[in-house]
Design a protein around this ligand. Sequence first.
Ligand code: TRP
Length: 385
Amino acid sequence: MENEEKKLPKIMLTGDRPTGRLHIGHYVGSLRNRVELQNTGDFDEMYIMIADTQALTDNAGNVQKVRDNVVEVALDYLACGIDPSKVTIFVQSRIPELPEFTCYFMDLVTLSRLERNPTVKAELQMREFGESIPTGFLTYPISQAADILMFGASIVPAGEDQAPMIEQAQEIAHKFNSLYGEVFVEPKIQLPTLEAARRLPGTDGKAKMSKSLNNAIYLSDDAKTVSQKVMTMFTDPTHLQVSDPGHTKDNPVFIYLDAFCKDEHFAKFLPEYPNLDALKAHYERGGLGDVTVKKFLANVLNDTLEPIRQRRKELENDIEGVYKILEEGSKKAEAKAASIALRARRKMGIDYFENHKLIEKQQKAYKKAHEQEAALAAYLAKNKK
Ligand code: TRP
């Protein structure tokens, strides 16, 4: 009774695959938002998962890469300002309840439902598995549902590409609850408010920033590398001469500015313009060259990234300390998942060793059956005579 009156704690969970260092797409799409949420104190519990198990679904032959990037991602989190005293940072593979419930959840999802997941579809195409799709890869949305549901998270801050995963998690929560009783919260995605931050294109203008496409700017890139990458960025292909009118929409350089630049940056680096609207207007009119805009963007990016780089350098001197944070976070996260798992197993009726009522009930039933058997045998023996 007492429990039912208590308000549900407000819980946030999100995560990243450790397949590489984090880039500025991760930053505007999610990391920046996580730090803000942490500092507003809106949540009772916050979890950030380094999804190594998910990363292994298409890297079984490359465990070393995943392994090495666990600490790299942790360094990126901490460098961005995620505070382990407020946010539990943990490693997915350390939580045994996750694969356990992934198995039960698999029984609630059809194969055709998995094959319809648009994000998985796009990823399959990019990876060119052909006929050799690893089962674990196709089913990772189910394991991701466990990632979210086993922590009771109601909010998942993530990019647009994660929406189908959250939908899958909602469906599983709903199905489980209606089959066995209320246990799981149906989570909601929280997209970045800024349109430009939702899907930052690569420096080549391609839809997504990724290591394999070599079109990403990393949080740990030094200032010179960032400037070089910006100078090679794709812009408006119709803007051939400085005097030509240009397009700012769908122009990667301006999308990055939308995501990163603040009015202060103009005062600091390009005082000829009061703000981004004025810069865009000039570009669209004609007479503003790409080099000027790119130089400004490089300054804006480096201004934003410099404190992150500095903090990362300091943290890099204490790798043992970073692993300690992950170990402690994983212990804390495990305790949380274990308590939800206990309730879920109880509802399912597979809490064999904890459920004394069930044991007593079964014992009583057997006792009764044995008594009836004995009575019947005695009756038959008597009537034979
Ligand atoms: N699928 C996410 C990605 O590719 C990573 C992830 C794993 C995740 N588990 C999660 C994100 C749970 C949000 C919630 O980046």
